[in-house]
Structure formats: C-alpha cells, structure tokens
Design a protein around this ligand. Structure first.
Ligand SMILES: *Cc1c(COP(=O)(O)O)cnc(C)c1O
Length: 399
C-alpha cells in the first residue's frame, strides 16, 4: 500500500524580502494605511500601484479580505437591498455570504461537466430573474468561455463582478482574468496564490465605482492619499454619500505580499507542472475523469478536481476515508453535510427560495477536490496520483 506523508495545508514560507520588509514596517511603527511620512508611499500604496501595473487596470484597492472586496464591489456597484445577483451554485461560502452581506439575494446558476458555470442556465436565469448583477466565480481556477460571458452580459445588461480568488495569474485567450468584468476581486488568504493570511484586492476601470469603494474602505477624507485611484474630483459627491466600513489592508500585510506578487509567474508555472503530473497519473485510471481544459484557458492549478462518474454517495465517502488513511486529503463537494472548506449550495440555508438544482447535485455528487501546495515536489505529486489510483482501483476494480 502506497502512502504519502506531507501536510496538505502547509504553504511555503514568506520570501525573506517580505519578512524583512515586514520587520521594517514594525520597526517604523507606521502600520496603518494612512500613517505615512509626507510624500512617503506606504507599503499598501506601493502594493496597489504594483497590482495595478501587473493587471493593467487603473484602479486598485487593497482590502482586508477577499470577502470584503466582494461585498464592497457590490455596494460600490449600487446593489440595493432585495436586488438579485446571479452567481455560481458551485462556489465557496464567501461568495453567497458577500451577496447576503449586501442585502441582495443570490440567484444560483448550475455548474457544467467542465466545473464551470453553465452558460445556458445563466442566459435563461438572467432572462427570468431580471437580475442586473452577475458575480462570476472562477471556481477552483476553471475559466468559462469569457467571450460568451461578455455576450450574455451585454444582452442582459448585467454588471459583471469577477471573483478571481482562484485565478490570480490566469488568462483567457491571453487576456488576464479579472480584466473582463466591471469589477474584479482577488483574495490573498493563505490558500490562494499569494499569502498574507487574510487580504484581497478590488480592481476596476470605473472611476465612480473605485471612488465609492475607497470611501467604504475607511478613507475618512484622506482619499487624495490613494495612488491607484481616480482623480479627486470623482469624490466630490461620493464622499458625502458613502459610509465607512473600514476594510483596507494594512502596511504589514502589504509588505509581505509585494515580493510574492513580483514572483507570481514563476509560482503559477510551478503549480501547473504539479497539476500536469497529477493529471497524467490520474488519467491512468479508467474510473477517473479529469476534464480536458480548453486551449484558451491559461489556468493556474493551485488545486485539482476530478470526477468518478456513476459512483454512489457511500462509496464516495469511503473513498475519501481510504485516501486519507494513505495520507491523501481529498474533499468531496457532493456531501450533503458541509465539511472542511466545502459546502454544497443547499447548506446556505439563509438564502430565501432555495432552488432545486438536480444537475448541479448530480455533478457535485462525484466531484473530488485536492489542494496542491507548493511545498509538494513533482515526485510527491506523482506519488499522490498513484495513491489515489490505487485506492480507486482497489474499491472499484482495475481494468
Ligand atoms: C477564498 C475565496 C474567496 C474570498 O475569501 P476570503 O477568505 O474572504 O479572502 C472568494 N471566493 C472564493 C471562491 C474563494 O475560494
């Protein structure tokens, strides 16, 4: 019996340059976002400028979390109590949570066999719900056909918010994820592509949206201290109309993120090398399906998903246990009971008029998920793939 011994929650250390910059911030005592010397740009300002250059979007706000960015994105876009917001049924809890936090009501859209949002269902539900907002979660880094998304948004006049928690560094047809929508939100929580414990970004090309987001983030009347921000005239009315929700990132976290952002492309390649090894190893098992990814999708695989079509729930549950016994931590998104970081849409019971989504349930019922921390070597990934295949074949018969 093959076994694997490393932790699936162990991320890499913060780069030394980040540790040194963080110590410098602590020595200075100037941790707060506006606690800068005259003409000094603090770490948070610099991070926003660098992220703006990296993404090619003029306005960037560094936030206290990805969930905060999603919430403020909706507020800044004008979402009002009771408004409907289309979103993926297959996503993680911060997404419907952010919609709820805005007083809005999620309209859940089915997942497809490729683990992306089902665009036919989106089109139909955009028409039937008359929603004006769409929060698209690039869940687990799977990027749906963005050309069709834009077409659907244009036809139904949807305001598009991209949830890029799993696509920092990814592109569709050479265009960066997060530049398609009206607004994009990123997370820098420990398990995302750059790690500050908690944190995130809100990015946009719309001056008024960013002006409101900056006011919400707790700028008091210090908005003119922002650099990746619209001109001060934009704030003329907005500064009176927008409440303070205090949620901008502090200089300490920004300090540890800057060297990680500088290194993101290398990290993305390292994730994908590991993914390709796992994909090939799992591909040797006739029971396992790893959906082929479109050529247009330049993804970043910080996790891997695969399905075991036709497998019953009790077998799925046992399979996860057997893999765990051999040291491989899989998550099953189909479990009726929320576990670990997974939860099926029907466990978000605060959503009024919860729809029945049999197609989504069928796909999630055999869908497994695994994190790929960069502390795993390529050899580790080969071994993990072999463990999974061994377990699956021993339970379902090798062919
Ligand atoms: C992590 C995550 C977020 C944001 O989460 P925070 O922990 O608040 O930064 C949003 N969407 C998805 C799909 C996520 O996985």
């Amino acid at each position: 019996m093959k076994t694997f011994g490393k932790s699936f929650t162990q991320q890499e250390a913060i780069p030394e340059a980040g540790i040194e910059a963080a110590i410098e911030v602590m020595r200075s005592g100037r941790l707060h976002r506006y606690n800068t010397l005259p003409d000094e740009k603090g770490e948070t300002d610099l991070l926003e400028i660098e992220f703006s250059e990296y993404l090619g979007v003029p306005y960037v706000l560094a936030c206290s979390s990805g969930g905060y960015a999603l919430h403020v994105a909706m507020q800044a876009a004008g979402v009002e109590r009771g408004d409907k917001v289309l979103c993926n049924a297959f996503t993680l809890a911060p997404v419907p949570g952010a919609i709820h936090n805005s007083g809005a009501v999620p309209v859940l859209v089915d997942v497809g066999e490729d683990y992306c949002i089902d665009l036919d269902d989106l089109d139909a539900k955009a028409a039937s719900s008359k929603a004006r907002y769409f929060m698209l979660s690039h869940m687990r880094g799977h990027i749906v056909d963005m050309d069709r998304v834009i077409d659907i948004c244009n036809r139904h006049q949807l305001f598009l918010i991209e949830d890029c928690a799993h696509t920092m560094g990814a592109s569709w047809n050479g265009v960066k994820s997060g530049t398609f929508g009206d607004v994009a939100c990123f997370s820098t929580q420990t398990y995302k592509h750059i790690n500050s414990g908690e944190g995130g970004f809100l990015t946009t090309r719309h001056a008024d949206v960013m002006a409101r987001a900056i006011m919400y983030s707790g700028s008091y009347m210090l908005f003119d201290k922002h650099h990746a921000a619209p001109p001060v005239e934009t704030f003329e009315q907005i500064r009176y109309d927008t409440p303070n929700y205090s949620g901008r990132m502090d200089n300490l976290r920004a300090a540890i993120l800057r060297p990680q952002l500088a290194d993101i492309e290398t990290q993305c390649q390292r994730w994908n090398q590991r993914y390709r090894i796992l994909e090939a190893a799992l591909g040797k098992c006739s029971h396992i399906v790893v959906p082929e990814r479109p050529a247009a999708e330049e993804f970043v695989a910080s996790s891997i998903q695969f399905s075991l079509p036709g497998t019953a729930a009790d077998v799925m549950r046992q399979l996860v246990k057997n893999c765990a016994n051999q040291g491989v931590a899989l998550k099953w998104f189909g479990d009726a009971e929320p576990e670990g970081y997974t939860s099926r849409y029907d466990s978000w019971r605060y959503i009024a008029d919860m729809p029945q989504l049999p197609k989504t349930e069928a796909i999630l019922s055999t869908l497994l998920d695994m994190r790929i921390p960069l502390t795993f070597s390529e050899e580790d990934c080969q071994l993990i793939g072999e463990v999974i295949v061994e377990v699956v074949d021993s339970m379902m018969g090798a062919e």
